[in-house]
Design a binder for this molecule. Structure first.
Ligand code: SF4
Length: 421
């Protein structure tokens, strides 16, 4: 039996390619190699690797993860930053990844190698073939250039990606392609805030990690993606006499024009209203972020501040700055267990701005402790995306399944077993 190394770029391209390649080459043993230091940012790389791991496990194909040597990759394409996609930068990128793949193939005793990049509808087949054959001859092995895109292959690839609920990226991978494709919107792919904000790559990665673990435990899973109005804070804060005042920015706060200097003009309960640009300050006994129970429609620029600062704020002029963007976002909810479970337990998938939320290891341990209850249909778990900004995932769950969650755990609480809830 001959051994063939398959360089893998992402799970959507890999699933159909590997399946078909194995069917057409029953006498070949396949080894997958995920080698993609071109992918930016690192969270996106992790997400694509996570989904590739899930794909290879389902297909029973060994997978090796290559090094994430992003700096070396960046050096290799220096001077080609403004090249269009399919241009010279892409040739160098293919050479870089395929050279390392060919070397590993030879070291592992493979007589041939190929790449799932050949499946990608946006890549030039001839460019990939040329690169693959060049590096293959250097290492004395064969490059197998198969075009599975023809004859409905691309459509079948998209169908399988949807059916298997595989993460489908919306840009090729590198930072330059990202800028060219999304222009100023690429900022939202690159800005990484603390924790797992609603609709972020971190939140998606958390859901995928937990899903992978549930599948390893042979629990049924169903992931449902949904769109929502996202909100991303870019910068902001409060100052008195040049000194910063500790604050969190409440989600759905609109931007302030420039920097505003204002006074408190009205006090209602624990809320201070300033006399310019609708700025609001909510004073908290305990300084921490508060999840929104309902989606916010009134978009006052709002800061959460410790109660101790009340007198300082009342007696001084306050400087405030805030820049935030409203964006079309997507998130998802993950159901672990059956739809007919007696009880559904909701677990927020995102975290609050102060970092409170559930760790994936705790959720995995919770699943393991309660595996029989989940398998017997006593409970199902629901990971809820975008929960902190108005329980969006929970609303989608209720709308789609037509039933309510029996429990939804609060951020920062212990993952108690169902009998204790
Ligand atoms: S656009 Fe894609 S193929 Fe081209 S250099 Fe960037 S990551 Fe590589």
């Amino acid at each position: 039996m001959r051994k063939v190394l398959v360089h893998i770029c992402c799970a959507p391209d890999a699933f159909y390619f590997l399946k078909r390649f194995r069917e057409e080459n029953p006498d070949s043993e396949l080894v997958g190699f995920f080698y993609d230091p071109n992918i930016h940012p690192y969270e996106e790389y992790k997400l694509r690797y996570q989904e590739t791991e899930r794909t290879c496990r389902e297909l029973g194909i060994e997978l090796i993860e290559g090094e994430y040597d992003v700096e070396e990759w960046l050096r290799s394409v220096k001077g080609l930053e403004y090249e269009p996609e399919r241009g010279e930068r892409c040739s160098v990128c293919f050479d870089f990844r395929l050279e390392r793949s060919a070397k590993l193939a030879r070291d592992l005793g493979c007589t041939a190698f190929t790449t799932t990049l050949l499946m990608s509808p946006k890549k030039k087949f001839s460019q990939l073939k040329e690169s693959g054959e060049k590096v293959a001859s250097k290492y004395g092995i064969e490059f197998i250039a198969v075009d599975y895109r023809k004859g409905g292959g691309t459509q079948e690839m998209f169908r399988l990606t949807k059916e298997k609920e595989i993460y489908q990226q919306d840009y090729c991978g590198c930072i330059y392609g990202l800028f060219q494709q999304k222009e100023e919107r690429s900022l939202f792919d690159l800005v990484s805030t603390f924790g797992r904000r609603p609709g972020s790559k971190e939140e998606r990665l958390f859901i995928k990690e937990v899903r992978t673990h549930a599948e390893l435990l042979e629990l049924p899973t169903k992931e449902i993606e949904f769109p929502f109005l996202g909100w991303i804070p870019l910068e902001g804060g409060l100052w008195v006499k040049g000194e910063p005042v500790p604050s969190f920015i409440r989600p759905y706060s609109q931007s302030i024009r420039g920097k505003v200097r204002a006074d408190v003009e009205r006090i209602v309960g624990n809320t201070l209203y300033l006399n310019k640009q609708f700025v609001r300050i909510i004073l908290l006994e305990e300084f921490r972020d508060l999840p929104l129970k309902e989606p916010e429609i009134a978009t006052y620029p709002t800061f959460l501040v410790p109660q101790d600062y009340r007198e300082t704020l009342l007696q001084n002029r306050i400087d405030a700055r805030l820049r935030a963007e409203f964006v079309n976002s997507t998130s998802s909810l993950l159901i672990i267990g059956t739809y007919e479970a007696r009880e559904f337990v909701g677990i927020p998938a995102d975290t609050l701005q102060d970092g409170r939320g559930f760790a994936s290891d705790d959720v995995k341990a919770f699943m393991e402790r309660n595996i029989e209850l989940i398998k017997d249909g006593y409970i199902s778990l629901v990971l809820l995306g975008a929960h902190s900004i108005g329980r969006v995932g929970q609303r989608v769950f209720e709308e789609i399944l037509g039933r309510s969650l029996e429990y939804t755990l609060d951020y920062g609480t212990a993952l108690l077993d169902p009998k204790l809830l």
